[in-house]
Design a protein around this ligand. Structure first.
Ligand code: ADP
Ligand code: MG
Length: 221
């Protein structure tokens, strides 16, 4: 589903050039749950950002179902990102003055059209899936940290993404809430979702069916 050949990425700070991804190659099959594990600074977030189109690589090839997107124009990249990919980050980025349901509906919010009823129904299904039934109308400030992150998971699911990318999704959570996210990801995987999760937490990485270890910009095992 996702094919990555010899991707490279540099950051330059003035004269210095920092080589952060060094000929990274990997394949992700439909329905796989993969974790990318490694120490802080090893290049995990950069790799995830490149895979999920948020950053352009400085070399190498990226294919989604045989369509190359390493050279894609911004408009086509936006289409790929909007139709096929969803992202979850360490911080939930919920809008504080919108309730849980409205936050989940954000991908469908358009100033010109009201949100379609079937999208509202599906958004509620997504919130139910992350155990937030009965809390649709809570504002983020009226939810616990774990619940807020679960709203972010529901918001990522509402577009029915082909691939779910998560960067340290439990990085701000305690053990109990992290296990809850792990359980949700395991259920989503069982349902057929393709998940790519970055984490420095070995326990969390262990929930995936395959672990890629990153060190100094390379996948080492
Ligand atoms: P990880 O997610 O594994 O902690 P990152 O991909 O965030 O690693 O970072 C890899 C390396 O790239 C680190 O040395 C980091 O300091 C550097 N880096 C990350 N983002 C930037 C940036 N926007 N500009 C310059 N250097 C960066
Ligand atoms: Mg990171």
């Amino acid at each position: 589903m996702l094919r990555v050949n010899n991707v490279n990425k540099f950051y330059s700070n003035g004269e210095e050039k920092n080589h952060v991804l060094k000929d990274v190659s990997l394949n992700i099959g439909r329905g796989e749950f993969i974790s990318i594990c490694g120490k802080s600074g090893s290049g995990k977030s950069t790799l995830l950002n490149v895979l999920s189109t948020l950053m352009k690589p400085d070399g190498g090839e990226l294919y989604y179902n045989d369509t190359g997107y390493h050279h894609m124009k911004e408009r086509d990249l936006n289409r790929l990102r909007n139709n096929c990919y969803s992202m979850i980050f360490q911080f939930h980025y919920l809008i504080p003055y919108l309730n849980a349901l409205e936050n989940v509906l954000l991908p469908f919010t358009n100033r010109l059209f009201p949100v379609h009823k079937k999208n509202v129904e599906y958004a509620k299904e997504c919130l139910d899936k992350v155990d937030l039934q009965g809390k649709y109308e809570r504002l983020p400030g009226q939810l616990s940290g774990g619940e807020q992150q679960r709203v972010a998971v529901a918001r990522a699911l509402v577009k029915k993404p082909e691939i779910l990318f998560a960067d340290e999704p439990t990085g701000s959570l305690d053990d109990e809430n992290s296990r809850e996210i792990a359980r949700i990801f395991t259920d989503l995987h069982a349902e057929g979702y393709t998940i790519v999760m970055v984490t420095h937490d070995i326990t969390m990485a262990g929930y995936a069916e395959k672990i890629l270890n990153m060190k100094d910009g390379k996948i080492v095992s």
